[in-house]
Design a protein around this ligand. Structure first.
Ligand code: WT7
Length: 677
């Protein structure tokens, strides 16, 4: 862990926080909650680990039951439900048909308010998944263990394609649709996908966005990196129309709806796979430039998301559930697709932005479909609050349960979420977890714990977090000191490894805090989350944020190095440094500092080119708030760029003592440039 001795330690930051008052879950909620009897804590105590997780696996249907709950003989490559066999698409679709085939799986709500909602029953889902599976198998030649890259927006085609892959034991790797063609190409290469599945366009913020263009870029990028894409399958947003300006490439690109005509009504036997087979890859940013493919298992992952959806989301058969995340992120995989479908739930799938055509959209949707469980991020809460902080009160929706996820929520925003969006009627869970984790890790159990604004709860039943100091010693809960958040035990939802890079997996998440790299005892192998956090006396976790070079924008991780490399693709840029600056809506935003090659004019056009390079390389989510072109970067004597100094300047703060820098004088120059005299 790189620690900068001039930086105030996490501990100093921690002690400034004041403890918040508890909120009690409404009695009406507690009465109906699945987990409202404290005996669950005993069942999931350390004494009953790992067998306690059989309770989650028993929510699924297995073609062959597992012999061993946890095989920990080769840490940290833990295996769950070993010997068991199952199929994820069977568990999410087929097994519900007998009793619930007419139940609604999804209400697909298009962004344009005039476009009718598509209601998809489990029976219809079954039919569509089967036809697509037949196409993937017979037209695309995909089979168990192959990877396929999806670059799909928020329409029904996305979960259907995922489930069709799962039906065949094919590993899907969905790339968030907002990511660039280049980013998709990188992921095609890393996962060695021969098939790319994309869409012609989608509606977002009132525009029909041309998406197919990105597929052309992705295929070219992958080819450049040595990965050939044989076929591009294109879902069309509107039947019989083509939303893209970019022509289909003959012999390579195919419209899904046209190919599917040959597979109408076909059924595909679900391929039963091992519990430890891979269900999907989800790429996420890390400290070094290249995103890591978090490789998630079929059995452990599916059991974990089914269990946490049932008990932490408290999702009952009669509920209507809406998670406003995008399926392109892990939240959507776990809590829009696999968790809810495994439980035969009814969900809303919304295509667009929450504030289109105006900020009342979420409440109109919630009213219309009777949504009673609502799941979103602090960023969305802040954005909705800013538009009109009374608006939700004017609508008739009633939530029993609300979730926040993705970044720390300030107590102020939490209380507004509770009082105004939830009208004081809903229980709230602040769920801390990561792409690598598969599902919720820390949260209150909604029917058993009091809530505390700004704090995620304690570890979930069966999850044992701890905070380590710089010497890897455990800090006592309530010590008021922050440190490195880790999880002491293995759990079923955890990724199997980093795709194609076991070493990186060990080096990133285990080696820095492992007690003995030769040990075969899981107790010596805690998982390092990469977050700074505190644990209060009540065991509740308060997350400070990432301790690595990762910026969490609107609840999603972006590597600072990735953004810096993107800036460096502009040949005139000599050096680039990215810092995060606080933002009222998004939590933080990246801000770029660049020094230019001699003789290059630092004008608006150059700033725009640098900003565009970031958007092209990574996607609009990484767009810098500002690009500052500075004469030189502040550096230590050993030549390290002092991002901390730049971050302080961006935040409007005093850059502090810079006398030890190699070029301290440049700091005042930059400060005046950014903050004014
Ligand atoms: C990082 C993981 C997994 C959901 C989507 C984000 C931050 C996540 C919380 C929370 C404070 C949170 C952490 C974590 N984070 N949830 N409830 N409170 N911080 O997944 O992109 O893998 O990012 O998001 O910093 O490490 P991700």
């Amino acid at each position: 862990m790189s620690s900068d001795s001039t930086q105030p330690s996490e501990a100093v930051i921690g002690v400034h926080w004041k403890e918040e008052d508890y909120f009690t879950p409404p009695a009406s909620f507690v009465k109906q909650a699945y987990w409202n009897d404290p005996s669950v804590f005993e069942r999931f105590s350390e004494r009953n680990f790992p067998q306690c997780f059989d309770e989650y696996a028993d929510l699924l249907t297995w073609s062959k039951r597992w012999d061993k709950t946890l095989d920990s003989s080769n840490p940290p490559f833990f295996k769950w439900f070993v010997g068991g066999q199952l199929n994820a698409s069977y568990n999410c679709v087929d097994r519900h048909l007998k009793e619930h085939r007419n139940k609604v799986a999804y209400y697909f709500v298009p962004e344009e308010p005039d476009e009718p909602t598509v209601t998809l029953s489990y029976q219809q889902l079954y039919r569509r998944v089967n036809e697509v599976a037949a196409m993937l198998r017979d037209f695309c030649g995909l089979k168990r263990g192959d990877r396929v890259t999806l670059h799909l927006p928020m329409t029904l085609d996305l979960p259907i394609t995922m489930l069709a892959c799962a039906r065949l034991g094919v590993i899907h790797s969905q790339v968030f649709s907002g990511f660039s063609g280049k980013a998709a190409g990188d992921r095609v290469t890393d996962s060695q996908s021969r098939i790319l599945i994309t869409a012609d366009g989608y509606h977002r913020g009132g525009h029909l966005i041309d998406h197919k263009e990105k597929a052309d870029i992705a295929v070219a990028e992958a080819a450049k990196q040595g990965q050939k894409v044989d076929k591009v399958i294109v879902w069309r947003r509107h039947a019989g129309q083509y939303a893209s300006q970019h022509p289909m490439v003959k012999g390579r690109d195919f419209f899904a709806d046209e190919v599917l005509k040959d597979y109408a009504g076909q059924e595909v036997e679900p391929v039963m796979v091992d519990s430890t087979d891979t269900l999907f890859l989800m790429y996420t940013s890390g400290t070094t430039g290249k995103p890591k493919g978090a490789q998630h298992s079929v059995g452990g992952y599916l059991a974990y998301v089914a269990g946490t959806t049932k008990y932490i989301q408290d999702l009952h058969p009669t509920d209507v559930y809406w998670c406003m995340a995008d399926i392109g992120w892990i939240t959507g995989h776990s809590y829009i697709v696999y968790g809810p479908l495994a439980l035969c739930a009814t969900s809303v799938l919304y295509e667009g932005t929450p504030t289109y055509p105006d900020a009342s959209r979420p409440w109109r949707i919630a009213e219309e479909y009777g949504v009673n469980i609502f799941h979103t991020s602090p960023t969305a809460v802040r954005a909705l609050r800013r538009v009109d902080d009374k608006l939700p009160l004017k609508f008739k929706h009633h939530f029993k349960h609300m979730t926040t996820v993705g970044e720390p929520i300030e107590p102020e925003s939490w209380r507004w979420y509770h009082d105004v969006i939830g009208k004081g009627e809903a229980v709230i869970v602040d769920t801390w977890w990561q792409t690598e984790n598969g599902g919720f890790m820390c949260s209150t159990v909604p029917g058993l714990h009091k809530m505390k604004p700004g704090s995620a709860g304690p570890g979930l039943p069966g999850i044992f977090p701890a905070i380590l100091d710089d010497h890897n010693e455990e800090l006592k809960p309530g010590s008021g000191v922050a440190g490195n958040l880790c999880i002491r035990n293995p759990w079923p939802g955890r990724m199997l490894t980093v795709w194609g890079n076991d070493k990186r997996f060990v080096d990133t998440y285990y080696a820095p805090i492992c007690r003995d790299l030769k040990s075969k005892d899981w107790r010596d192998w805690p998982y390092l989350a990469g977050d700074g956090a505190m644990i209060a006396a009540d065991g509740y976790l308060r997350v400070l944020g990432r301790i690595d070079d990762v910026i969490n924008v609107a609840g999603h991780r972006l590597g600072t190095k990735e953004i810096e490399s993107a800036c460096m693709t502009v040949p005139e840029v000599a050096e680039a440094a990215v810092v995060s600056v606080p933002d009222k809506i998004k939590g933080v935003l990246p801000e770029v500092y660049c020094s230019l090659r001699p003789g290059v004019a630092a004008d608006e056009a150059m700033a725009k080119r640098i900003s565009n390079a970031v958007v092209e390389d990574i996607g609009a989510i990484a767009r810098p708030r500002r690009v500052w072109m500075v004469p030189d970067m502040p550096k230590t004597r050993s030549g390290k760029i002092m991002r901390r100094v730049l971050a302080a300047i961006s935040a409007g703060k005093d850059p502090g003592d810079v006398t030890t820098l190699a070029n301290g004088e440049v700091v005042e120059h930059i400060r005046q440039q950014v903050q004014g005299k």
